[in-house]
Design a protein around this ligand. Sequence first.
Ligand code: CA
Length: 231
Amino acid sequence: MAARILIVEDEEPLTMLLRYNLEAAGYTVDSAARGDEAELKLRESTPDLVVLDWMLPAVSGIEICRRLRAQPATAKLPIIMLTARGEESERVRGLTTGADDYVVKPFSVSELMARINALLRRAKPERVAAVLRAGDIEFDRERRRVFRAGREITLGPTEFRLLEYLIQSPGRVFSREQLLNGVWGHDVYIEDRTVDVHIGRLRKALSDSGERDPIRTVRGSGYAFDERYQK
Ligand code: CA
């Protein structure tokens, strides 16, 4: 059962971009372009997570969030608020209104995807697949173990998070900066080269017995997980 995500956003190109990426990641997506439309949809059925824009026609995202929190049925509904740059001073208000997380526009889609995955794992673990499979690699999030063709692979905590990040979007190329943001977080200062070091360790661990290297280096761009890839 795929998790259902409601996108409430009045910028149509952004809604389309998010819908495309979320559906590609296996989620079921619904959307609303106005605040009142969102409230109607939310009364009809409760999704597993809401991506809620702050500034909306008719009813603001803040107001929707406040109303959702006031009702027992939706008091704990996972909500990620989208805010525009310049509204950062209002961030605190967003959090006290009850959003679980917020993302400042413009943001990278992969960053928002990582936040959505993280929030769903925290709030609705049963809705997020515990075991990811790609080629002969089995990634068990719950038990925090990785297997390749049945053989257990020992990974350090950073390599584990790096693989988790990459394996969720097979074939997709991530820049070093995206990997730094997604795996290490925004607030840490780390050199780009650190990513290369950990990618090297991950590769070595995954292909220790001469198996195919599943990580593709894209010159000038970054890295991708690709189970069909052979160096
Ligand atoms: Ca807006």
